[in-house]
Write a protein that binds this ligand. Structure first.
Ligand code: NAD
Ligand code: UGA
Length: 435
């Protein structure tokens, strides 16, 4: 059993804290957001993540997991502290390090014993050195510490399983003893451990996210070509995915990637490259291909419905993907704004993201029940591929719609079945089958 502190109780911090507690460690989680901490003490979570509530509750009850707004209390007795605060996009696409800097300063001011500071936030290359400098300068008296980079690769919606079964653990440090201790902490996860220097570990995270985003933009470009040539991108992706060098993951064509990570991380990598006079040709194209899609689907819907003015359009799914309430850079936001600008009446439906979406989508009528939303719509657009949308009673939906139009931007339905049901159905990159 080790004693660990985690700074930040968002998607990564809370999962990290709960999972390390579940592995038998004592974890103290610290956040500056008083409301979040107050609620967590009562068992109310700040985010939706499947399975997390039960994990948090179980470990709190067992006395292994606690929450505080006090760094002094949160750091007391810990050997390790994970920084898991946000690193959103700054004005020019760079990662905004204000929360990491504030966390580093608070750690320095409140640590009372030697500490290994582990950066789990996704941070620009060189941030580990920066954090070391900041801590050294802010310490009231010199206490030994080491800085280690241990980037996180979990996905929202499957965060607990991803955390507990990582494909690899990356540990970057200039201090071999500290790297070894962090490696020991991760041994129960039984994943290959790669130990590098600090900067290399930081780069592994950006390169991984950028590569995954590239894979999606690639299949989306292939989808457009499929559509023009009459091939089916779903089957093309399946056929490609059997090649072990390609793999089947991240080949779902659709409306493109969004969320709290790919958008900001690709931007930050572009920024870092350009700052060092490297032109990131591929990353620039990957971004353009991605964001062009959001407008292209609206233009296509307009054709399908014979114009958007005065039409009622229902968006099925608002979160940036299924199984999360995260609305950061969700495609639904761009689509809703484009539709409103074109004079459409816009409705949106999501199983869990409605309350997070409400302030972001003024002028959009929000529902949690897809049938209620569908009633009287001129068309439905599938935006996030929630499982429960895949199992809808489509006959009933057809009866509720003013006209039976469905534009499935995630390819969750079968074109042949949709046609048989009498829908005017369009999807992405399935030229021959109603793409
Ligand atoms: P988040 O916005 O959900 O949570 C950040 C938390 O940090 C908030 O609760 C906030 O109140 C808290 N915070 C901010 N400043 C603080 C401070 N000085 N001291 C204590 N707490 C503070 O962020 P997130 O989505 O969990 O992302 C955290 C980091 O992890 C980012 O760098 C992100 O890129 C990276 N990451 C995220 C994911 C993901 O799926 N969300 C996956 C891998 C990596
Ligand atoms: C992503 C990475 O997958 C994680 O490894 C990483 O830790 C995380 O970013 C991060 O750094 O925060 P996440 O954003 O939670 O995780 O979700 P993904 O499942 O990767 O999906 C990202 C976006 O791509 C979503 O909008 C999703 O709908 C879209 N996507 C995903 C596709 O369009 N096609 C696919 O085949 C897969």
């Amino acid at each position: 059993m080790k004693q660990i502190s985690v700074i930040g109780v968002g998607y990564v911090g809370l999962v990290t804290a709960a999972c390390f507690a579940d592995l038998g460690n004592r974890v103290q989680a610290v956040d500056v957001n008083e409301k979040r901490i107050e609620n967590l003490k009562k068992g109310i979570l700040p985010i939706y993540e499947p399975g997390l509530e039960e994990l948090v509750e179980r470990n709190m009850r067992a006395g292994r997991l606690s929450f505080t707004t006090s760094y002094a209390r949160g750091l007391k007795g810990s050997e390790f502290v994970f920084i898991a605060v946000g690193t959103p996009s700054g004005e020019n696409g760079e990662a905004d390090l204000q929360y990491v800097a504030a966390a580093a300063k608070s750690i320095a001011e409140n640590m009372t014993a030697p500490l290994i500071i582990i950066n789990k936030s996704t941070v620009p290359i060189g941030t580990g050195d920066l954090v070391a400098d900041m801590v050294k300068r802010a310490q009231p008296k010199q206490i030994p510490f080491a800085v280690v980079s241990c980037p996180e690769f979990l996905r929202e919606g499957t965060a607990i399983a991803d955390f507990m079964n990582p494909h690899r653990t990356i540990i970057g440090s200039l201090d071999p003893a500290a790297a070894e201790q962090v490696a020991q902490l991760h041994l129960p996860l039984r994943a290959p451990i790669v130990i590098t220097d600090l900067r290399t570990a930081e780069m592994v995270k950006y390169a991984s996210n950028a590569f995954l985003a590239t894979k999606i933009s690639f299949i989306n470009e292939i989808a457009d070509i499929c559509e023009a040539l009459g091939a089916d991108v779903k089957e093309v992706a399946a056929g490609m995915g059997y090649d072990k060098r390609i793999g089947p993951a991240m080949l779902d064509a659709g409306i493109g990637w969004g969320g709290s990570c790919f958008p900001k991380d690709v931007k930050a990598l572009v920024y870092m490259a350009e700052q060092h006079r490297v032109t990131p040709h591929i990353l620039n194209s990957v971004t353009r291909v991605n964001y062009d899609r959001r407008k292209a689907v609206v233009a296509r819907l307009s054709k399908l419905t014979g114009g958007l003015k005065g039409k009622t359009i229902g968006l099925l799914g608002l979160a940036f993907k299924e199984n999360t309430d995260d609305m950061r850079d969700a495609p639904s936001l761009t689509v809703a704004h484009e539709l409103l600008a074109a004079g459409a009446i816009v409705r949106g439906c999501d199983p869990v993201a409605v309350e997070v979406a409400r302030p972001l989508l003024p002028g959009v009528e929000l529902f949690t029940d897809p049938y209620e939303m569908a009633s009287g719509c001129d068309a439905i657009m599938v935006i996030s591929p929630w499982n429960e949308f895949k199992q809808l009673d489509l006959k009933k939906i057809k009866g509720l719609l003013k006209s039976p139009v469905i534009f499935d931007t995630r390819n969750i339905y079968n074109p042949v079945e949709m046609k048989a049901l009498g829908f005017k159905y369009r999807s992405i990159g399935r030229g021959f089958n109603g793409g």
